[in-house]
Design a protein around this ligand. Structure first.
Ligand code: ADP
Ligand code: MG
Length: 344
């Protein structure tokens, strides 16, 4: 295809990001990691590195303004960025919020939005230090940039995994994707089940404490947060680490609520947990010799549930092993890509 005619849809989100990675560093002295991980890493200064990340949330693409409360929207906007800091193992420090606001937006809505943001910032001792405000010709845009810090030798990159490393995830997977289906009215269920799944979608908890714990233990080799779906994000670890992975379907942590929701429907909870996005759980790899150390550290702290779900392999690509032992190769692009997968 003629390069001039190519659209972003032809390339996809991740192809586009790869294409802009050249010629970005013009003063590289203290840049440790630029484009290509959950945060940029800069420094060190006094043995500590600075983590920096920014995320953009757009009305009708990342959130449905009429379907969730402004408080939850504010909470989630901060959570998404703090989750990227958690994914490196860092401590979150500061945030900047930029908004593009349609002129008819009520001040009461914006006040609630900031209540949600400040509530999560308070929980993790994060300062809200600035941002920018503009009017929007269509839809609400929310950008949150977040800064964190940590000891240089504790940073967990996507590129650190080796064949044979065990793969773990925190919490459970697929609940947020199910919550989104409920929110859109594609499904309905008993109120107490719906409440839990909607909360997973609207009110995610950034895994900052477990992230710090995993990094401090020095037992893990790589980490990422599950924002686009387990297989997609594991794909990023595989690409960056020049390795492949095998995931055991039977080991996937699926919450009781999700299992109940799927029962009697043509929905497979394991499919949602492999492909559904926005779980904001941590996916991390651990060399087998550190298995006892990581498991004891996590169990002792009781920071959150965690599950071993697979292993890194020498052979490239991500494969899913079913109950009967059959292995299926997964296409890397099946996870969420803003331009390739259509809706979002
Ligand atoms: P995440 O899902 O963890 O937020 P992304 O997939 O959005 O990560 O981004 C992957 C990497 O690409 C990150 O290093 C991010 O900073 C970088 N990146 C994404 N979009 C752009 C852009 N438009 N310009 C420069 N870097 C970008
Ligand atoms: Mg991330």
């Amino acid at each position: 295809m003629d390069q001039q005619e190519k659209t972003i849809e032809d390339m996809g989100e991740f192809g586009f990001i790869r294409s802009i990675m050249n010629n970005c560093l013009h003063s590289p002295e203290d840049v440790i990691q630029g484009i290509g991980d959950d945060c940029a890493v800069m420094g060190p200064l006094d043995g500590k590195v600075l983590l920096f990340t920014t995320d953009l949330l757009i009305e009708d693409r990342h959130f449905l303004k009429e379907k969730s409360s402004p408080f939850e929207l504010g909470w989630k906007a901060i959570a998404v960025s703090l989750s990227d800091i958690a994914a490196m193992g860092g401590r979150a420090r500061h945030a900047f919020v930029s908004l593009a606001i349609p002129s008819h937006t009520k001040i009461a809505f914006l006040n609630k939005l900031y209540e949600g943001m400040k509530s999560l910032c308070r929980r993790y001792g994060v300062n809200l230090l600035g941002g920018d405000t503009s009017s929007s010709p269509g839809g609400l845009f929310i950008n949150v940039a977040a800064m964190g810090e940590m000891a240089e030798e504790e940073v967990l990159y996507r590129k650190g995994a080796s064949p044979g490393d065990l793969i773990y995830v925190t919490g459970s997977l697929g609940g947020s994707a199910a919550g989104l289906k409920l929110l859109k009215g594609e499904l309905s269920c008993r109120e107490e089940i719906g409440k839990v799944l909607l909360a997973l979608h609207n009110h995610p908890e950034p895994r900052l404490k477990p992230g710090r714990l995993i990094a401090e233990s020095r037992a893990a080799s790589a980490m990422i947060d599950v924002s686009d779906g387990l297989l997609s994000d594991l794909g990023h670890i595989c690409d960056a680490s020049h390795a492949g992975a095998r995931i055991f379907m039977e080991l996937l942590p699926v919450s009781g609520e999700l299992t109940t929701l799927c029962r009697g429907r043509s929905l497979d909870p394991r499919d949602l947990s492999l492909h559904g996005g926005e779980d904001y759980e941590l996916l991390f790899t651990v060399p087998p010799k550190n298995r006892q150390l990581i498991e004891e550290t996590m169990e002792f702290s009781q920071a959150c549930p965690f599950t071993r779900v697979g292993e890194m392999t020498k052979e490239k690509g991500v494969r899913v092993v079913t109950k009967d032992g059959a292995e299926e190769e997964e296409r890397a692009s099946r996870g969420f890509d803003h331009f390739l997968s259509g809706d979002g």
